[in-house]
Write a protein that binds this ligand. Sequence first.
Ligand code: EN5
Length: 427
Amino acid sequence: EHDFWKTQPVLLSSNSNQDKYDRALKPDISLEKVSKEFIPISSEFYWCTVDIHKSSQMQELYTLLSHNYVEDSDELFRFHYSPEFLKWALDPPGQNPDWHIGLRSTDGSNKLMAFISGSEIEMKVNSVTKKMAEINFLCVNKNLRKQRLAPILIQEVTRRVNLCNIFQAVYTAGVEIPTPISVCQYYHRPLNSKKLVDTGFSHLPPGVSLAKLVMHYRLLPESNSQMPGLRLMTEKDIPQVRKILNKYLNARTKMHQIFKSDEIIKHWLLPKKDVIYTYVVEDINKTGKITDFFSFYLLPSLILKNDKSSGLNTKKVNPNNLINSAYLFYYGFNLEPASGVEIKDSNISYRDLNESMIKERLVLLMKNCLMIAKKENFDVFNCVKIQDNELFFDDLKFGSGDGHLHYYFYNWVIRDLKNRDIGLTML
Ligand code: EN5
């Protein structure tokens, strides 16, 4: 059990009471002491870095993930990241290309059999600010499972991260390994009930007709809840969005990225068709002043079992074989000028605000978000129970899913966090 994690700087159980928190388990090591050699690997494979700027290599990564990445517990759906999405997710400003690590076959085919990625992220956790590696897209070809390749990929990315003088990492997984800092449930808001029921993503409750269900989840765009001044984010909005986001995360959560530059906000939030959608609310009385924003990304799921589909067996992916899921990314708001609310002291912090004011604003903002996702033809709107998300679930008819997202640190000990203290969204 956990033969690999036993050898790593992670706590092995959540009830291992520590005398000290907010600290590393293993001290930093100097550059000379970090191995300059690849982690040894079976002769069936060789190490490579995947050049995501070469379309042929990006295509190989896309294919590996499309056939072998994360599925739900019943193996009905598999995440289907597009090449454009992967380019966005894997190439933030300052990205180290050596942190796109692959294993290829030595059988003569050179086929990409496994992958892991890292990117540098400035994190604030409780009161400590630290450079960490954000690890994602760990994937091993299905036919090679049980060969213990994941521990080797993790050790190789650890080595390459250590070479850059970074000794902590943050990562998420659908499964439980030693030891989560928080376990957060997925929530779903149907937008296209017929397709969701047809594909087994959701079920008709007993005694409820499809027509009744469609009615229940309808979103009327002509309702009085449309926020005036709502529009797509543009370049000019970047500095204001950055300020709102950093302030919101710092005030409302205990572990989050610090968005250090406008360049980083531009990368993560400026709209990109079929990848990232960000909307801002511009105050109609003060031209250009942004009061709120929200964003979501497109991550389709491939339908694996369906009479009408044959999954990936055909050469091209049939769009009918995909569920178009929107995932909530970041949001934030200034409460001062919102909905007639007057606050005398402009330095008032979010913590001092009545929870119900935050809830009211967020329900309105997220209702607008759902209406846009519906208009953009998404089938379902997903998010995890982190940040202030639980405040809008009931009002906006989100229901809990059967999946959980576990959050982890490597070589960093903290006391468990409540779901609402998590301020990091990973792709
Ligand atoms: C990488 N760093 O399990 C980490 N998804 O609930 C990746 N369930 O879609 C970690 N099983 O509940 C990813 N429908 C971990 C998640 C892996 C994927 C996963 C779950 C999340 C999911 C769906 C489909 C379930 C199919 C059967 C689900 C119910 C929807 C229903 C709609 C109406 C209101 C109630 C909920």
